[in-house]
Design a protein around this ligand. Structure first.
Ligand code: XLS
Ligand code: NI
Ligand code: NI
Length: 438
């Protein structure tokens, strides 16, 4: 079966005057901004798992979606790929992302899994050429199968560590073959349910060893993509080791990987850690480990990872503002790690969800760019910290004085600094005045 999305062939930019629901109102891939096409700034990716694997279940109810490709065999896996690439083409989305488990039938152990995966990777290669779609990142699902219930790399059983390591190797090979630009590790069950049965020291050391093996292998085969860790604080385990950006940085430092691995930051995961999305992005940029984003939103009432499509462009603008300050995406991009609501049954709902998300991001991105061009925020911050680049500030930073010398200096010069306004409301006004409304 083809033409699952029989309603429409191609979604294009028609601008805000169009009333066609199957058109972009703000996302114009070909619009040139700062000598770069909008498509190349935003680097959108659709994800395989939420769109084509999730059947609409929640903790209180079973499947709501009936999809012709649901089933655990090669024929249906290929049908799923046909429909997935049909959607990527209709949306004209330049990238996609997948887990091994999303795309291949589950086999009877490692060997069968790998041969199923490899068959699908060959199939993808043809589809990617035909549809002009690239791979933003690949990853391994080390959390759904029951063997991983107590973790993959952090499992008490070294044989499960080995199974997971072999699986990751097969997924890096797949990503490499498909010229993926990054490889992601989200620590699905790398955490614990209770400290009463957990040796944290052993588990964190296991995770450090695992990640070093991954990095060694990447270099061995000449994979040029970026290795990314995706932080998340809780869910599915009570405590995830890759809690947030700051925590991941400490982990990378401890295991000597801070120059090898970067982060993939997800909106909803930032919220779950009681951070804002832009906080996580700004911190990663400051620490030199910013890589890519999983764009979505969480319902603020729910307190769990609802993975909804983004629809608030002001939130998005703040995120892109920090990415732009950092110089934009390098190997990373904007992956929609988002799923429909379980009542959204129609094939066209998948398209409409992405259209809204892509338009939201385009509007947010343009607002961020306007804010950056306006320069007032940047200028304010530069001025606010300017004394750190003058003689006295520099001498402190370079530790030219110890605590005793600093004390003497404060006493001798009768230092009693006056507080200065932080001007938050003024700066918020600048932000809102630069938000694009048309
Ligand atoms: C789950 C994660 C997952 C990763 C890829 O919460 O967001 O979807 O992005 O394993
Ligand atoms: Ni994610
Ligand atoms: Ni998530």
């Amino acid at each position: 079966m083809k033409n699952f999305f029989s309603t429409v062939d191609k979604i294009t930019y028609e601008g805000t005057s169009s009333s066609n629901k199957f058109s972009f109102k703000y996302y114009n891939p070909d619009e040139t901004i700062n000598n770069k096409r909008m498509e190349d700034h935003l680097r959108f990716a659709a994800c395989y798992w939420h769109n084509f694997v999730w059947p609409g279940t929640d903790p209180f109810g079973g499947d709501t979606f009936e999809r012709p490709w649901f089933g655990n065999n090669m024929k249906q896996a290929k049908l799923k790929a046909d429909i997935a690439f049909e959607m990527f083409s209709i949306l004209n989305i330049p990238y996609f992302c997948f887990h091994d488990h999303d795309v291949r039938p589950e086999g009877n152990g490692f060997k069968e899994n790998t041969s199923n995966l490899n068959e699908m990777v060959d199939y993808f290669q043809l589809k990617m050429e035909e549809c002009k779609v690239k791979l933003l990142w690949g990853t391994a699902n080390l959390f759904s199968h029951k063997r991983y219930m107590a973790g993959a790399a952090t499992n008490p059983d070294p044989e499960i560590f080995a199974f997971a390591a072999a699986t990751v190797k097969s997924c890096i090979d797949a990503t490499h073959q498909l010229k993926g630009e990054n490889y992601v590790l989200w620590g699905g069950r790398e955490g614990y349910e209770t400290l009463l049965n957990t040796d944290i020291k052993s588990e964190i050391d296991q995770l450090g060893t695992f990640l070093n093996l991954v990095v060694d292998y990447k270099h061995k085969i000449g994979f040029k993509g970026t290795i990314l860790i995706e932080p998340k604080p809780q869910e599915p385990t009570k405590h995830q080791y890759d809690y947030d950006v700051g925590n991941v940085f400490g982990f990378l430092k401890k295991y000597g990987l801070e120059n090898e691995v970067k982060v993939n930051i997800e909106t909803g995961h930032a919220y779950l850690a009681n951070h804002s999305f832009e906080h996580e992005i700004a911190l990663a940029c400051a620490l030199g480990i910013f890589g890519s984003i999983d764009m979505n939103r969480n319902d603020i009432q729910s307190g769990w990872d609802t993975d909804q499509f983004p629809n608030n462009y002001l939130d998005v603008a703040l995120a892109y503002y920090h990415i732009l300050l950092y110089g934009g995406f390098k190997s990373g991009g904007t992956n929609f790690d988002a799923k429909l609501r379980r009542q959204s049954l129609d094939p066209e709902d998948l398209l409409l969800a992405h259209i809204g998300a892509m338009d939201t991001c385009a509007l947010g991105f343009k607002s961020a760019l306007k804010l950056l061009k306006n320069g007032d925020l940047k200028e304010f911050i530069d001025k606010r910290y300017s004394n750190w680049s003058k003689t006295f500030g520099k001498s402190l930073m370079n530790r030219e004085m110890n605590l005793e010398q600093i004390t003497r200096w404060v006493e001798d010069n009768n230092i009693n600094p006056e507080p200065v306004s932080g001007k938050q409301e003024y700066l918020e006004n600048i932000f809102i005045q630069n938000a694009i409304t048309k």
